[in-house]
Design a protein. Structure first.
Ligand code: URA
Length: 249
């Protein structure tokens, strides 16, 4: 995913151990038993190196099933309400929505930024640290769009306040960068922002005397949450999806 040209190679036992298939010793045994098959041929020696290319899952099976996606994995998840992105918050973690083996991957999958427990919508996860940093870097200015439901009707000046670049959130020293507001109804709107401050959308509406009752992220960059991705479901991102995060339509 980081776009390094050359295909790396890796020892088979290390590859499978890092994908969560077991200890290196368990993988040696799996291979010896003929359960690891490349292009139809059992790989009985787990010490051998194999080329790490994205096409590997189509060619390599483990116990008859295609190999899990190799490192460089990026996912889009439809985060449901009530699950958390961090151990710091109480409640089930988003990682519990993934196959158990994926929770043992090394490098681990991490969320790209966070959504609150009571926010639903498009959440990206990746094991590619360089990609993660490229997305969250202020330099990239990746936009995030949230659909907001409010407790009270909008006053009318919120769009101007959010766009001003002068709005200060309580307890902070730097004003927010401009945020776009699109009004859909008296108590519904969409906001598009490029920063990711703590509880930013909820605190922005609190700053203009309102209260967010529902929050849903439906777009990151130009990548939309697919309509057929149900809450709790995830999908492996292709190169086109990653490009869309950086604004390529
Ligand atoms: N702003 C919030 O207040 N919460 C989120 O989850 C995301 C943005």
């Amino acid at each position: 995913m980081s776009g390094k040209g050359k295909t790396a190679s890796v020892r088979l036992d290390r590859l499978l151990a890092n994908l969560g298939y077991g200890s290196r010793r368990e993988i040696q045994m799996l291979a010896r038993a003929g359960a690891v098959v490349l292009d139809g041929t059992p790989l009985r020696d787990a010490d051998q190196r194999i080329a790490l290319d994205p096409g590997l899952p189509a060619r390599l099976t483990v116990s008859g099933k295609p190999l899990d996606p190799p490192p460089g994995l990026a996912l889009m998840l439809h985060k449901p309400l009530g699950v958390t992105c961090s151990h710091k918050e109480a409640g089930p973690l988003v990682y519990g929505l993934l196959p158990p083996r994926w929770r043992r991957r090394e490098p681990p999958l991490s969320t790209v930024g966070r959504l609150d427990k009571e926010t639903s919508g498009l959440l990206l996860l990746t094991d590619d640290g360089a990609l993660l940093h490229r997305i969250i870097s202020p330099k990239a200015s990746v936009s995030k769009r949230y659909q907001v439901t409010l407790d009270r009707p909008l006053r009318g000046d919120e769009g101007a306040v959010f766009a001003s670049g002068t709005l200060m959130l309580e307890g902070e020293e730097k004003p927010l960068l401009p945020v776009t507001l699109e009004v859909h109804g008296p108590t519904s709107a969409a906001v598009t922002l490029t920063e990711g401050r703590y509880h930013q959308v909820r605190r922005m509406f609190a700053a203009v005397g309102n209260h967010v009752t529902a929050l849903h992220r439906d777009r990151v960059g130009a990548l939309e949450l697919p309509a057929d991705l149900e809450p709790g479901q995830y999908r492996v991102m292709g190169e086109g999806d990653v490009a869309r995060v950086f604004g390529v339509e």
